[in-house]
Design a protein around this ligand. Structure first.
Ligand SMILES: Cc1cc2nc3c(=O)[nH]c(=O)nc-3n(C[C@H](O)[C@H](O)[C@H](O)COP(=O)(O)OP(=O)(O)OC[C@H]3O[C@@H](n4cnc5c(N)ncnc54)[C@H](O)[C@@H]3O)c2cc1C
Length: 361
């Protein structure tokens, strides 16, 4: 049986680990106490009881494989070195160290108590604030505006988008539907309005925002939601490592960083041609599972079909349980749908039942 070490038990790593559990000797290295289903970490800010249902222990994820609570420090062909000092060998090493995000949307430490404290802090601040500015109008910022506006009344919410319209890489129908819904919820949307001096801000703050348009905006609470930052620290020692403009490690068509034959990378940390989403890792992980299975039975990698990213990537953007819009991967450019399907697929349950099942709960 071939041995695979998977570095990182986020969405990509845990999905791959489960897919290989029956046929490989799987070692999943993950420093965190538990998996956090961060999709629902937005709604848990206005529905605190949700928090307990999105922190999922690793002990029932795998039937045969092992989840090793440690941090990988460096990687080489077929080998990883852990923070504890041990070195482990494997036939294949898969990097899935993901990305970091401003607090409290993803954990910033390995202790769940820190994540709970950060969430509780922002829950209280949101409750107390009269005016809230959300900086960044990707999926996290837009969903957060929708969750607050649909749950807590009387808040003055401004959502600041640097781009001329929401989700410029998706069909225009998506931004039109979302802008209309946000307006109906009373959220003030400012597009083409980049906030100055906030880059690197990793937690909520308060004060006055300066916008590039010359405007200033005072708010009781300023919440940064400016995007994920790839976590590629483990690749620093790879001899030919290169990175794309977002900071993700460059890989070949078979998900291998340059010059590597037994090291693969997927999820947010790797430039596989997809966006940094779970939707992407849920396409990448089955492909990699299939490819590793073929390699394990003696196939040469170049004879196997390379990975093809999503042509029309889907995106689901609920604004609370009842509103929102999505792009489904139907047709050449995707198909925009409204609140009914958005709520049915994601808005109502936020995929909680699915991840509970995957984690054996
Ligand atoms: C609030 C929020 C909501 C989101 N909602 C959606 C959504 O609805 N749909 C969607 O498609 N995408 C969504 N995303 C994006 C999605 O969360 C990411 O695309 C996803 O987390 C990427 O998965 P990953 O496994 O690559 O990385 P991660 O989930 O970041 O996991 C990486 C794992 O690697 C571990 N790790 C890091 N360094 C090491 C190391 N040195 N050694 C061992 N382990 C290590 C980390 O502890 C972590 O567990 C959302 C993001 C946020 C912040």
């Amino acid at each position: 049986m071939k041995r695979v070490i998977i570095v990182g038990g986020g969405y990509a790593g845990s999905t791959l680990a489960r897919a290989l559990d029956a046929t490989f000797e799987v070692v999943l290295v993950e420093p965190r106490e538990a998996f956090v289903h961060n999709v629902a970490a937005i709604r848990s800010l206005v529905e605190p009881s949700l928090l307990d249902r999105i922190i999922l222990p690793y002990d029932r994820l795998l039937k045969r494989g092992q989840v090793m609570r440690d941090r990988v420090q460096s990687v080489a062909e077929g080998r990883v070195t852990l923070a504890s000092g041990q070195t482990h060998q494997a036939d294949y090493v898969v990097l899935a160290t993901g990305s970091t995000y401003a607090q409290p949307f993803k954990p910033v430490s390995d202790a769940m108590s820190d994540f709970r404290t950060a969430q509780a802090g922002l829950q209280a601040e949101i409750k107390a604030a009269r005016s809230i500015a959300i900086v960044g109008a990707g999926a996290v910022g837009v969903e957060l505006a929708g969750e607050i506006a649909s749950t807590l009344s009387g808040k003055d919410i401004t959502l600041i988008a640097a781009t001329a319209r929401l989700f410029p890489d998706f069909p225009a129908g998506l931004s039109a539907k979302l802008a209309a819904d946000l307006k109906a919820l009373g959220v003030r949307l400012k597009t083409g309005a980049k906030a100055e001096g906030l880059s690197g801000l990793d937690r909520p703050t308060r004060g006055t925002l300066q916008l590039e348009t010359g405007e200033s905006l005072a708010a009781d609470l300023i919440i940064p939601a400016m995007g994920a930052r790839p976590a590629t620290h483990v690749t620093a020692g790879l001899p030919n490592a290169r990175y794309d403009s977002l900071g993700r490690i460059a890989v070949d068509g078979w998900m291998r960083p340059a010059g590597m034959s037994q090291v693969f990378a997927l999820g947010d940390m790797a430039a596989n041609g997809d966006l940094m989403t779970i939707v992407a890792s849920s396409r990448q992980a089955p492909w990699l599972a299939k490819t590793l299975t073929a390699l394990a039975t003696g196939a040469a990698v170049e004879t196997l079909p390379p990975y093809t990213p999503w042509l029309a990537p889907p995106i689901l953007v609920p604004l609370g349980p009842k509103r929102g819009a999505s792009v489904l991967p139907l047709g050449r450019n995707g198909t925009v749908v409204g609140p009914f399907l958005t709520g049915l697929i994601k808005g109502k349950s936020l995929f909680n039942p699915r991840y509970h099942k995957e984690f054996g709960l």
